[in-house]
Design a protein around this ligand. Structure first.
Ligand SMILES: [Ca+2]
Ligand SMILES: [Ca+2]
Length: 445
């Protein structure tokens, strides 16, 4: 769907909602001037149609996440330039239902009406998976009594005797899903990530589905995840330049505040995805394991995801790691993790310092006190320092320092000093000012 259509649908949906909920007095002419074709798509006509098709005593339901936040969504499912209406509604404590309406001249007619799978609508999305000009409808449902459990139902639009019909394709429990063109064929496949907590141990997996030309779903593949996974946090993909196959990234929580990013890469020999970081016999993804809950992200905005790893960055004892670490954002090159972006993270004093790539392996932190970090070279010679001090005492000492931040924490000043060795290495106060980021916890993106 192009942007203009999307905007148009949004305007229509907002106007319709206003009319349907009766909270806003918009005259029919103002609506109709915005909506083309003007007849059946007017709010009053649709409201009337809903009342006559659904009967009395229903309430409209709104998806909680995703791009469509309205109970009534207008969209052209079959590419005939006539918009259909997707309506979520419920009666009392019954499951939420999905009704699809189409315009028929001056009126609306019911295409299909489905009982949903839960007590609420999580998300709504549309995509023409197999490129046949007919849209699939992706609905995420909240299950009863437990909002952490969701089910995804995919509905497929088809033309039967030149009339639009909508039917259920699959229903799958899920945590996250994505649609990606796996084979560079113009056809998208559906990836469904799900943590099955009913199994012991918990079984996390990513299943892959395709849609054939006849409109039937088929299972295209199934990927297990690290057996230690207790929850899947996100599912993403990117497409490297010159590569035909998307790379899939799934952030997942382990026990004890540990996190991994499962990476799935296309393997041409097996014609399936494989996990390059879980090739060892124990099936564990140690390569991307880190403490904390920082998810993979495109940290340098180059269109590809990086994975945030924590490395030791100190010349002191390991038990001081909690005070600070080297945050290393790694891209994936081939099947290898390639360090790209570096930060020194001071957890105790809530800041991080960007470190240029050229400094990697050449600059370390020597600290005995979180309030004063001395950055040293391989020989242990001081290059520069970052210090936090009470602003009043700093002023009293009349110290000549370069202030990095004296506003984020009231009464405290972050400042830096550069040594002669540091200057020779190429460090300047101005550069450190631009590298310094105040950040509670020090470890968010
Ligand atoms: Ca249509
Ligand atoms: Ca990137």
């Amino acid at each position: 769907m192009n942007k203009r259509k999307a905007l148009y649908s949004l305007i229509c949906a907002v106007l319709l909602l206003s009319v349907l909920f009766g909270g806003c007095d918009i005259g029919p002419h103002s609506i109709e001037s915005l909506m083309r074709p003007p007849h059946a798509a007017s709010g009053q006509v649709l409201e009337k149609a809903l009342n006559s098709i659904l009967g009395s005593g229903f309430s409209l339901r709104v998806p909680q996440a995703g791009a469509y936040h309205t109970a009534v969504t207008l969209i052209d499912l079959n590419g005939d330039s006539q918009q259909e209406a997707i309506v979520f509604y419920s009666r009392g404590t019954d499951p939420v239902r999905l009704c699809v309406l189409r315009q028929n001249g001056e009126t609306w007619q019911k295409v299909n009406d489905f009982a949903g799978d839960g007590s609420g609508v999580y998300s709504l999305e549309f995509d023409d998976m197999n490129g046949d000009g007919l849209s699939e409808i992706f609905v995420g449902w909240f299950l009863f009594n437990d909002k952490s459990k969701k089910e995804l139902t995919v509905y497929s639009a088809s033309m039967v005797d030149q009339k639009l019909s909508v039917s259920v394709c699959i229903t799958e429990p899920y945590d996250h899903y994505i649609l990606a063109d796996v084979k560079n064929s113009g056809e998208k496949q559906l990836f469904v990530a799900f943590t099955d907590v009913s199994k012991s141990p918990i079984a996390a997996s990513v299943r892959r589905f395709g849609l054939d030309a006849a409109g039937r779903f088929y299972t295209a593949g199934s990927l297990t995840m690290d057996p230690r996974v207790v929850r899947i946090e996100s599912l993403l993909f990117d497409l490297p330049q010159g590569d035909q196959h998307p790379r899939v990234f799934a952030d997942a929580l382990l026990a004890d505040n540990q996190m991994i990013t499962e990476v799935f890469l296309w393997d041409e020999d097996n014609k399936d995805y494989v996990s390059p970081f879980r090739k060892s016999a124990d099936d564990l993804n140690m390569a991307t394991q880190r403490s904390g809950t920082l998810k993979c992200a495109d940290i340098d905005n180059d269109g590809f995801y990086e994975i945030p790893l924590r490395k030791r960055f100190i010349q002191n004892d390991a038990d001081e790691v909690a005070m600070g670490y080297l945050l290393t954002w790694c891209g994936i090159e081939g099947e290898k993790l390639e360090p790209q972006v570096f930060y020194a993270v001071n957890v105790a004093q809530d800041y991080r310092l960007f470190l240029p790539k050229e400094w990697n392996g050449k600059v370390f932190v020597h600290y005995t006190d979180a309030a004063h970090w001395s950055f040293v070279n391989q020989k242990g010679e001081a290059l520069f320092s970052v210090t936090v001090q009470e602003s009043a005492s700093l002023k009293a000492n009349n110290s000549n320092v370069t202030v990095l931040d004296d506003t984020s924490v009231p009464g405290m000043t972050y400042f830096c000093r550069v040594t002669e060795k540091g200057r020779a290495f190429g460090v300047t106060e101005e550069a450190l000012k631009s590298y310094f980021i105040y950040d509670a916890g020090g470890n968010t993106k």
